[in-house]
Design a protein around this ligand. Structure first.
Ligand code: ZN
Length: 297
């Protein structure tokens, strides 16, 4: 028998409903500045006070790079769950949830459009889809995008935003590293440029394959870029890692990247790279050099 009984009901929690409408303002996780959503949209999701780069979706990424409309390719490709894999929940359920959340069928959008007037193929990875992981569909879509670029004599840009290979597809996901790298080698032999853009985060099998294979490797500021996580490395080599390890700036200093570029300047920088690496089509190619007769003698 209890000594006493609680008679009163616990105090009701106060009505905590915010008077600020949802989604109108965003708080910067870096400097705590409250930013009006429209302002954030206008600055390409970069904090206007501290230049913190918010993570953006694949579709938003294409909007920041293409001049206008783009044509999407292979939208219908879907994973068949080849291993019928289940961890804490079935892989099939994870796929369905990600499809519903992002409106995409897998973790990459591949598209053709113009960047500063140059016909370009862009593959942008979607972190919202199982951590932007690279499975069979991502590998196939990127490979097809590169092959399309070779056929149409176009440069390729791949924007990485990924936790690495998709473990739910086992060895099949790892094979995509070789498949995409092989396609990039063919692009190279066709003398077409490949620009790799590394955003936060670019890790695992993506870093270990195509993200580091660009003719020019450009990263966004303060992005996490690495293969294994810092804790795993510390445990393996039994050494303390230096400060800022695996950030864009650290990698630039150690020769792993060519440039670290603010998202707001990214398109201009890419346009400049394209200008010196892709011959302009409208300029007629000089077939014969005409040497004045006097000089010829
Ligand atoms: Zn900020």
């Amino acid at each position: 028998m209890a000594w006493f009984k609680k008679q009163r009901k616990p105090i009701e929690p106060q009505d905590k409903q915010s008077r600020v409408p949802e989604g109108l303002w965003v708080k910067c996780p870096s400097c705590a500045q409250i930013i009006y959503n429209k302002d954030l949209w206008a600055s390409l999701s970069v904090c206007t006070k501290c230049a913190h780069h918010f993570r953006i979706s694949a579709a938003e990424r294409l909007r920041t790079l293409f001049d206008g409309a783009w044509e999407e390719h292979d939208r219908g490709l879907q994973s068949t769950d080849p291993l019928a894999f289940t961890d804490v929940k079935p892989y099939r359920k994870r796929l369905d949830a990600s499809m519903a959340a992002t409106g995409l069928n897998d973790a990459v959008i591949t598209a053709t459009g113009q960047v500063d007037g140059v016909d370009t193929v862009i593959a942008a990875m979607e972190y919202g889809f199982i951590g932007g992981s690279m499975g069979v569909v991502v590998g196939e879509k990127i490979t097809r995008a590169i092959e399309r670029a070779i056929a149409g004599r176009m440069p390729v840009i791949i924007v990485s935003c990924s936790g690495g290979a998709r473990m739910m597809e086992g060895a099949l996901s790892l094979m995509q590293m070789a498949k995409i790298s092989g396609a990039l080698a063919r692009l190279d032999r066709a003398k077409l440029p490949y620009i790799s853009v590394l955003t936060d985060p670019t890790t695992g099998g993506v870093t270990a394959s195509f993200a580091m294979l660009g003719d020019v490797n450009i990263a966004e500021p303060k992005a996490l870029i690495g293969f294994a996580g810092p804790r795993v490395i510390e445990q393996t080599i039994r050494q303390k890692l230096p400060d800022g390890f695996q950030t864009s700036e650290f990698l630039l200093e150690h020769g792993m990247l060519d440039m670290v570029v603010d998202r707001r300047e990214m398109k201009d920088v890419i346009a400049r790279v394209l200008r010196f690496s892709v011959p302009r089509r409208e300029v007629p190619v000089e077939t014969e050099r005409t040497v004045p007769a006097e000089i010829g003698r």
